[in-house]
Design a protein. Structure first.
Ligand code: HEC
Length: 147
């Protein structure tokens, strides 16, 4: 009988071990998130040291933690713990109505999806895996260590 119990518990262990879902994995800003921002966003969402008067696209910076957390022209873009309400995450999935437009105050066009396509080009979303990693990062509290 003992062997049956052993076999059963070994089987249970073997089954449960690999079932750690991606979402349960702790996302690390420096390792998992910054490289995505760097590769796909910071070209437009950084201050240019050569043109300090020129603001970042959408007045939104991803090269500075405090500025990123504050948000851009449309307000806060990262809501720690709530990716689906975060403008940054929503824009990775498609266009988003501007705050004023959402309130019916004007008919300005939607905010285009990110990363922004060149004029006349079709939007190419980030790989699904990167979008999922950013979602997990925000849902886990958008932890962005100071250094
Ligand atoms: C080629 C330049 C470019 C790239 C690359 C780019 N963006 Fe943008 N982004 C813009 C521009 C321009 C706007 C302003 C669009 C508008 O309001 O019409 C904007 C707006 C935004 C906003 C909204 C800011 C606000 O408050 O209105 C967010 C959030 C954002 N981008 C996130 C990202 C993220 C995340 C990435 C990388 C995955 C990215 N962007 C890549 C050009 C870019």
């Amino acid at each position: 009988m003992k062997t049956v119990a052993t076999v059963v518990s070994v089987a249970v262990l073997a089954l449960s071990a690999p079932v750690v879902r991606a979402a349960d994995k702790k996302v690390d800003f420096a390792k998992d998130i910054r490289p995505i921002f760097k590769k796909s966003c910071m070209k437009c969402h950084s201050l240019d040291p050569k043109k300090p008067k020129k603001h970042a696209a959408g007045k939104f910076r991803l090269d500075d933690r405090a500025a990123a957390m504050k948000g851009g022209r449309s307000g806060q873009a990262i809501i720690p713990g709530d990716a689906t309400d975060s403008l940054l995450y929503r824009l990775l999935n498609g266009p988003v109505p501007r705050p004023a437009q959402a309130a019916g105050l004007d008919d300005e066009k939607d905010i285009p999806p990110m990363p922004k396509a060149k004029r006349g080009r079709k939007w190419k979303p980030l790989p699904a895996k990167e979008i999922a990693t950013i979602k997990d990062w925000i849902d886990q509290g958008a932890i962005w260590p100071a250094k």
